[in-house]
Design a binder for this molecule. Structure first.
Ligand SMILES: Nc1ncnc2c1ncn2[C@@H]1O[C@H](COP(=O)(O)OP(=O)(O)OP(=O)(O)O)[C@@H](O)[C@H]1O
Length: 237
């Protein structure tokens, strides 16, 4: 059994992140210690500038801590060389963004298939997996449409399908409902929950959306780069 199958999806041990802003040190994360359990809907919440995106970027291996130790999916990320880090990220971690980030010249099908090309999945399997995930997000009939021919909700469905097609252990979603009206936001939340349960994947969100937060299994409250509360659904903190 891998470390991930036993352990948390992310483990922060006294992790800090200081940015160098033209010679000025900006502390975005101050020595945080916490664990995010696997196979949950975990939300990072807090005021603007509190460090949510920084934490998501650290978990997503887009950025590296300036101090402390961070484990993601059972790997000590500080011990991985650049190439190994990129490979580990592309196999294990997927992203969903508030602005969808679909490639405009590709169809819905091609956008979803793209991550499988990057990790070298063979054509037949690519087709099967792409079709299956498009079906499960309810978009088979729109597969030949380009992003500009899709509604905001449909674009986010494509982004959810693209995130899940490579079967990651972890999906990171930065404000995934922020550009959607409340009804569509609720539909996308329900879809992500369905996918999280079916694929036994871990979701970690950064969000301000009360509707999305109401579905949290774990809520991590961040203020001024510090963890001030961790609430678990059904348990008193
Ligand atoms: N690349 C960077 N260089 C310098 N400072 C940065 C950088 N990225 C973030 N910061 C600073 O780190 C702090 C935390 O930023 P972060 O984007 O993580 O906050 P946030 O909680 O996600 O905010 P929001 O809700 O507005 O997106 C802020 O003070 C921000 O200005």
């Amino acid at each position: 059994m891998s470390a991930l199958e036993n352990g948390p999806v992310a483990r922060f041990e006294r992790v800090g992140k200081v940015y160098d802003d033209e010679g000025l040190a900006v502390t975005a994360v101050k020595c945080v210690t916490f664990e995010i359990p696997r196979e949950r809907f975990a939300m990072i919440v807090g005021p603007s500038g509190s460090g949510k995106t920084t934490l998501l970027n650290l978990i997503g291996l887009i950025d590296v801590p300036t101090s402390g130790r961070l484990e993601v999916c059972g790997e000590d990320v500080g011990a991985l060389a650049d190439n190994a880090l990129t490979d580990f990220r592309s196999r294990n971690i997927a992203f969903i963004f508030q602005s969808f980030n679909l490639l405009p010249v590709l169809t819905a099908y091609e956008n979803v298939e793209y991550p499988l090309l990057l990790i070298g999945v063979k054509q037949k399997e690519r087709r099967e997996r792409t079709m299956a995930v498009l079906e499960s997000v309810g978009l088979s009939d729109k597969r030949h449409h380009r992003p500009n021919q899709l509604s905001g909700g449909q674009k986010q469905r494509v982004a959810v399908a693209r995130a899940l097609v490579k079967r990651p252990a972890l999906v990171l979603a930065d404000e995934p409902t922020a550009n959607l009206d409340s009804r569509t936001g609720a539909e996308i939340t329900a879809l992500m929950r369905k996918m999280q349960t079916e694929h036994k994947v871990s979701f970690v969100f950064s969000t301000h959306d009360p509707q999305l937060i109401s579905h949290a299994d774990d809520t991590f409250v961040i203020r001024d780069g510090e963890l001030v509360a961790h609430e678990e659904e059904g348990r008193t903190p």
